[in-house]
Design a protein around this ligand. Structure first.
Ligand code: DGL
Length: 262
């Protein structure tokens, strides 16, 4: 491995771009290869076998692209595959999980809502995380099927999206939650809709900046941080009709970003 190699970032779809933008801010000179599986997404309601197989397909692509580290910018894939992948590869693999511990520290009402995929919330990894939360804190899990699809379709502020978001969020705030954990990397792109539904005084937690800092630490430890003084580059790859999806990528990243076939 050498420090001039790119960092790979993966997700089922465009949600991982919320992590990629935090990585870009934290590590401006790293080259990034973003690879996702739009053609087979969502992963969040699928079986472990399916998620393992699709994650492996994207990881294989990144390995062939000679990445020096991988960020699994997907809570679902981290819950299902991270431990196995860490046993298989020697380069740094950074995952993401719902930011339940920080939420438990800041809630004043002692009630936290977690928005995530069905798979993440059912995983043993998440159940273990939940068991570490002090007993006086109430955690309300809310699976949100359909929400990632709004992001994939570029529907951030449509009435349909607002309606769906409000159906998921309102019961949490009605139950007293003053802190909501965005436990799926797609949801930060719905921040405005979620915040509108939650109302004033509710804090939303996006763990992406913490993931970017963890990537920096891991690269430093492995002496793999980029030494370049130039701005890093980004390449984007996806499965499934990439030309049709490019417009959404351009809304989420920059107007000239190109989406290539994975
Ligand atoms: N963005 C993903 C996550 O963080 C998964 C969305 C999906 O494919 O269902 O869990």
């Amino acid at each position: 491995m050498s420090c001039s190699q790119p960092v790979g970032i993966l997700d089922s779809g465009f949600g991982g771009l919320s992590v990629a933008r935090a990585v870009r801010r934290e590590l401006p000179s790293e080259n990034i290869i973003y690879a996702c599986d739009c053609g087979f997404a969502p992963w969040g309601d699928q079986t472990d076998d399916f998620i393992n197989a699709r994650t492996d397909a994207v990881v294989d692509f990144l390995v062939q692209a000679h990445v020096k580290a991988i960020v699994i910018a997907c809570n679902t894939a981290t819950a299902v595959c991270a431990a196995r992948l860490r046993g298989k590869f020697r380069f740094p693999i950074v995952g993401i999980e719902p930011a339940l511990l920080p939420a438990a520290r800041i809630t004043r009402t002692k009630t936290v809502g977690v928005l995530a995929t069905t798979k993440t919330l059912r995983s043993s990894k998440y159940q273990h995380l939940r068991s570490r939360i002090p007993d006086d804190i109430t955690v309300i899990d809310r699976p949100c099927p359909g929400l990632m699809d709004c992001v994939e379709a570029g529907e951030f502020r449509t009435p349909k999206t607002a309606e769906l978001v409000s159906r998921f969020v309102r019961p949490l705030t009605a139950a007293g939650a003053d802190t909501l954990v965005l436990g799926c990397t797609h949801y930060p792109f719905l921040m405005q809709a979620i915040s509108d539904a939650a109302g004033p005084g509710v804090t939303l937690i996006d763990p992406a900046p913490a993931v970017a800092r963890e990537l920096r630490r891991r690269l430093e430890q492995a002496s793999l941080l980029s030494m370049s003084d130039r701005a890093g580059t980004e390449e984007f790859y996806a499965t499934g009709r990439t030309k049709a999806r490019e417009a959404v990528l351009r809304t989420l990243w920059t107007p000239k970003a190109e989406l290539r076939e994975l």
